[in-house]
Write a protein that binds this ligand. Structure first.
Ligand SMILES: [Fe+2]
Length: 283
């Protein structure tokens, strides 16, 4: 069994977009032959029509290779339509939906995998508040209803299907930023651990990362495909390969003088089988 995902994030179409990176990705992805392509949010810079249209153009190009899975990021949400209002939240996502489909976090099913998503980008919302003023409309949060929905999707998966959760905000602390993407991050981590995911794909931090959550869930955080790479480092996108024994996260790093991405770091995590992951009965 082998299942591969190309994991892209944070294109920030608009002023921060870097078309050289986008065109290089479009050229390279068919050669990587993924079964699925994920774009984990912040497609746009300010949720403008032209930015989202450019994002849709990228998705349509990538769909020539494999199904593309997109979730909204904080930059894709028109939060100013409903700041702190608990009702009418749909208005925040209307423009995003008009380009990427009515379901914000759909489910894709393959013989080897189930890909589900959780919406963490809620704009200026009570659940995303932190004491830091600058976090307003930047931080995300993971509502219980989103986790319950994902848990029921994964509970219905067949044992041989690897369970992939996609969300926008980074669930582990960024190495350079030292920041968590989610407010109430400990609760969010516990919720993710309880939902049955084997792999989490996220972005937002603008620095690539591959690590374990709760010592068993593989987290792939993709860098940005824009001019906003953290620390001025070369942009990175990720590829995840799942085989019988391990989950591999590969970083494809921008090589500026060749104007292409080349595989650089490779991380491998032993697959934890479902029976092994289940709590052992003391009897
Ligand atoms: Fe973001």
């Amino acid at each position: 069994m082998s299942f591969s995902i190309v994991h892209l994030s944070d294109t920030h179409f608009g002023g921060k977009a870097d078309v050289a990176l986008i065109e290089a990705v479009e050229a390279l992805v068919p050669d990587l032959d993924p079964r699925c392509i994920v774009l984990s949010g912040d497609v746009s810079q300010r949720a403008r029509h032209g930015e989202l249209q450019a994002g849709r153009g990228l998705v349509r190009e990538l769909e020539r290779t494999a199904p593309v899975y997109v979730v909204p990021g904080n930059h894709d949400v028109q939060w100013w339509w409903r700041p702190f209002l608990p009702f009418g939240a749909a208005a925040k996502y209307a423009k995003f939906r008009s380009y990427f489909g009515p379901v914000l976090a759909p489910t894709l099913s393959f013989p080897e995998a189930v890909v589900a998503g959780a919406v963490t980008a809620h704009g200026m919302a009570w659940g995303s508040l932190t004491p830091r003023v600058r976090d307003i409309a930047v931080k995300g949060h993971l509502p219980g209803r989103e986790v319950r929905r994902v848990r029921s999707v994964f509970a219905g998966a067949r044992p041989e299907q690897v369970r992939v959760l996609v969300l926008h905000h980074n669930v582990l602390r960024g190495e350079l930023s030292r920041r968590m993407g989610l407010a109430r991050w400990r609760q969010a981590q516990r919720r993710i651990a309880a939902c049955g995911a084997d792999i989490v794909l996220c972005g937002h931090d603008h620095q690539e990362q591959a690590d374990l959550l709760e010592r068993r869930i593989v987290v792939s955080c993709a860098g940005t495909l824009s001019r906003g790479s953290r620390g001025g480092r070369p942009p990175v996108f990720n590829r995840i390969i799942v085989d019988e024994e391990a989950i591999h996260v590969e970083f494809y790093r921008w090589v500026v003088d060749r104007r292409t991405f080349r595989r650089s770091d490779v991380h491998a995590f032993t697959r934890v089988r479902r029976a092994e992951a289940a709590p052992v009965d003391a009897a």
